[in-house]
Design a protein around this ligand. Structure first.
Ligand code: TYM
Length: 378
């Protein structure tokens, strides 16, 4: 990894760029998703999600084993999560969009862990704020349309009994020195931070524990979460469970086009609560453009869509990839100007956010159906 680049679940320092991602995966010990694996996925799912076609979900751990088992009629389950700390943005919802696709294609059970203890340990945040964010984040996530019969929201503070009783088994097998090495924690960090990774490991074996039989777990996440699961993969076999499998994504960059879209800079994010008008204004004002300085130059020389925030976001949110190709060509050739590209992307994002908003009320009225309940698995 580049010297100035440091990626942990609690912060990304340095300016991660597309060319760095393969190196990061290699360094973490994950594998790149190659053509062969894409074909294997397509053979089962029938088509490929734009996140796979465009290399957003680009790395994995033991995905082949999940597909092998699935091919033999052995189901697996999905697990992903969110650490509430504020409003969600497009980057946060990305793994959930992909997880929803996986759930539909594989008809899989899904555990969603809400780590409402995490940001309390890692940032200075008041308890009261977290309750509201937790509630709103859960509704945002569920508005994607997860199957209520197969989706189980596990909230750290509410399901602490089963989590704690299993987390201590994990914690017993992790030393302070490996936590320091994997996450870069220091002696001066609070001890809750050291323990936390054991809590995030539990949902990776919770169904095997409850059903008393080994079931593979596939975890979609952004690359910043990988250190947790790298550790969990060392520990779980010691407890008699499979190593968890993973499918791993790059980051949606900030609007300015670099690094990671991150709540720490409000002008760098599209929040799920942004109105149509705000989305449009943010793109017009801040979105990094691969276009030329003037309309005249743009007509003459064309744009570089590959580095253009608006084109890249459009590319991964549009199902019709031939439409994506034709917009690529007309932007690159100079026929389309930056403003038009930004309008197209703003429309695509707003369409998506409108759908989420239209479902919020129904989800809110039906929240209980999605809550994790041990009894459902006995
Ligand atoms: P959190 O809430 O920080 O982020 C939620 C998910 O979003 C991913 N992510 C991004 N993906 C693409 N582009 C971005 N700019 C971007 N920013 C965040 C994160 O990688 C994550 O997948 N500790 C976790 C919660 C958690 C979890 C899990 C996540 C608990 N169990 C299992 C994944 C899998 C957290 O605070 O995520």
């Amino acid at each position: 990894m580049a010297e100035d680049l440091k990626i942990t679940p609690w912060g990304v320092s340095g300016n991660v760029q597309d060319k760095d991602y393969d190196k990061i995966a290699n360094e973490f010990g994950a594998k790149i998703i190659d053509e062969r694996l894409l074909k294997r996925i397509k053979d089962v799912t029938g088509d490929l999600h734009p996140f796979l076609l465009n290399g957003i979900f680009y790395a994995h751990r033991d995905l082949d084993l999940v597909l092998d088992d699935y091919g033999k009629g052995k189901p697996f389950y999905l697990y992903t999560g969110r650490g509430p700390s504020g409003e969600m943005h497009l980057g946060h919802i990305l793994p959930f969009m992909f997880t929803k696709w996986l759930q539909d294609k594989f008809n899989a059970e899904l555990i969603i862990q809400i780590t409402d203890d995490e940001k309390y340990l890692f940032r200075e945040i008041e308890d009261r704020d977290l309750k509201e964010f937790t509630h709103n984040n859960i509704i945002d996530i569920l508005s994607l349309g997860f199957n209520p019969d197969k989706t189980h929201i596990l909230i750290d503070s509410e399901h602490s009994g089963i989590l704690y009783n299993n987390a201590i088994k994990v914690a017993r097998n992790i030393t302070a020195s490996s936590v320091k090495a994997v996450f870069g924690l220091k002696d001066s960090d609070n001890i809750g931070k050291f323990f936390f990774t054991s809590i995030q490991a539990v949902p990776a074996f919770i169904l095997s524990y409850l059903k008393n039989e080994n079931i593979r777990c596939l975890i979609p996440y952004g690359i910043d979460q990988d250190p947790h699961f790298k550790l969990a993969r060392d520990v779980l076999p010691k407890l008699g469970y499979y190593k968890p499998s993973a499918i791993i994504s790059k980051f949606i960059p900030s609007l300015q086009g670099s690094g990671k879209m991150s709540s720490s800079d409000p002008n760098s994010v599209i929040s799920l609560n942004d109105s149509r008008n705000t989305v449009r204004k943010k793109l017009m004002k801040y979105a990094f453009s691969g276009g030329r300085d003037t309309a005249e130059e743009q007509r003459k020389y064309g744009a570089n869509p590959d580095i253009d925030f608006s084109f890249n976001i459009f590319r991964i949110m549009e199902d019709n990839q031939s439409k994506v190709s034709s917009i690529y060509e007309s932007y690159k050739s100079g026929e389309m100007l930056s403003g038009e590209m930004k309008s197209i992307a703003a429309e695509k994002i707003s369409e998506f956010l409108d759908i989420l908003r239209s479902r919020r009320e129904d989800v809110e009225n039906n929240l209980d159906a999605y809550m994790f309940d041990e009894k459902k698995f006995n």
